[in-house]
Ligand binder design. Structure first.
Ligand code: SF4
Ligand code: SF4
Length: 383
């Protein structure tokens, strides 16, 4: 891993990046264009009746159970400023930003984050206005309300939450780890925000609200942007969810990293080949936007996010095939850490990809349990 002066995406920027409107994310557009996320859940319930492998009542119940804490914390604490519970009287007199950065990371790990990075906020990555999806779940504002992070809160603490390797292998069956990681993100961001406010500083916790997580996580040295549009971390690849806290606590930011993702993605494109909705472009990078879900001005592989969401609706649950199939998605053990060095230093990437496929990595694993027996029937709760 190499620390670099500027994030590896920076050399691909061709013109000034404009702030993105949260009303244009696929999930927000989907809410306007026919409640697509709700339709996906309705289709999930339809799948229960046909006892499809990986889509049974047990899989569904596990998925929704994982979302419990996320729903409660989002509706009450995320996307708005945290108020101190007890300490309105004191703060540190001469805070040491270097020591505080170490302390914040220690506390974030203690609370439950798997990795932590700190960045100065790039205003281009703060959404311009609240969008439907984030308003529907957080109730922190109205759709179309402008978003401004207070100027003195110029720092963001980004946290990584590892998703289960085994559960990701289920996709496009119900991959129930996304939502429990959102719950962990909600727990970690809100708890860390309380820690900061009890120190006498300002904190705004968030999971998906307020800004573009992936760009801020790259700036905070947690990974690089991949062809699949996701953060590729060194230890878990794209198999992560993110949460964050905006703050005025004085903290020394981290340096961005280069782990070799840019060149590797040029040689790979497995996510493109395996995407069931053709949402991830093949070929060269482009700085054009296909639609209003893309930000123009940076050479990358802009995803067709509405096509992706439409596939989720048809599938009856969200999809993580582009995480499952990615060669960076590996258990973080000694063997895979060693092989990762080839990818990091761009040594024979085509051979790495060839063996990845030959050895069967990235294949779907269908977990069988008793609810999939043909004799198991569903009845109404009233019966
Ligand atoms: S989530 Fe599924 S449908 Fe969407 S881009 Fe990834 S592989 Fe394609
Ligand atoms: S599957 Fe390949 S091309 Fe896609 S993000 Fe992963 S490494 Fe990059």
């Amino acid at each position: 891993m190499r620390f670099v002066k500027e994030p590896t995406y920076k050399k691909y920027i061709t013109k000034e990046l404009k702030r993105f409107d949260d009303r244009n994310t696929a999930l927000s557009r989907g809410a306007v264009e026919g409640n697509k996320y709700t339709k996906m859940h309705q289709n999930c319930l339809k799948n229960l009746q046909s006892i499809k492998p990986g889509k049974t009542i047990i899989d569904h119940a596990t998925w929704v159970a994982g979302a419990t804490v996320d729903y409660v914390v989002r509706a009450n604490l995320l996307g708005r400023e945290t108020k101190p519970i007890y300490n309105n009287e004191y703060r540190l007199k001469n805070p040491n930003p270097d020591e505080l950065a170490k302390l914040i990371k220690e506390k974030a790990h203690w609370i439950g984050a798997d990795d932590v990075g700190i960045a100065k906020i790039n205003p281009a990555y703060i959404y311009t206005h609240w969008g439907n999806q984030n308003v529907n779940y957080s109730h922190a504002a109205e759709v179309g309300d402008p978003i401004e992070i207070p100027t003195e809160c110029d720092t963001v603490i980004m946290m990584v939450h590892e998703m289960s390797y085994g559960v990701i292998q289920r996709s496009p069956g119900i991959e129930y780890d996304t939502d429990i990681e959102y719950s962990k993100g909600a727990w970690c961001a809100s708890s860390l925000a309380t820690f900061i406010t009890e120190l006498g500083y300002r904190a705004i916790p968030s999971v998906n609200e307020l800004g573009i997580n992936i760009a801020m996580a790259v700036d905070a040295g947690l990974g690089e942007l991949g062809r699949n549009g996701q953060l590729i971390t060194r230890d878990y690849g794209p198999r992560v969810r993110l949460s964050k806290v905006f703050t005025n606590l004085p903290l020394v930011p981290d340096k961005p990293i280069d782990i070799g993702v840019q060149k590797f993605c040029e040689a790979c494109a497995l996510c493109t080949r395996h995407c069931p909705s053709n949402s991830i472009p093949n070929g060269e990078r482009t700085d054009e936007a296909w639609n209003e879900q893309n930000v123009p001005g940076m050479l990358k592989w802009p995803a067709r996010a509405m096509k992706c969401l439409d596939w989720w609706v048809k599938n009856g649950n969200h999809c993580s095939i582009c995480i499952r199939i990615c060669p960076w998605n590996k258990p973080n053990d000694r063997l895979h850490k060693f092989v990762r060095l080839f990818a990091e230093y761009n040594i024979l990437p085509k051979l790495v990809i060839y063996f990845d496929q030959l050895l069967g990595y990235g294949k779907q694993v269908k977990q069988i349990h008793y609810a999939q027996n043909p004799e198991v029937e569903l009845i109404s709760p009233e019966e």
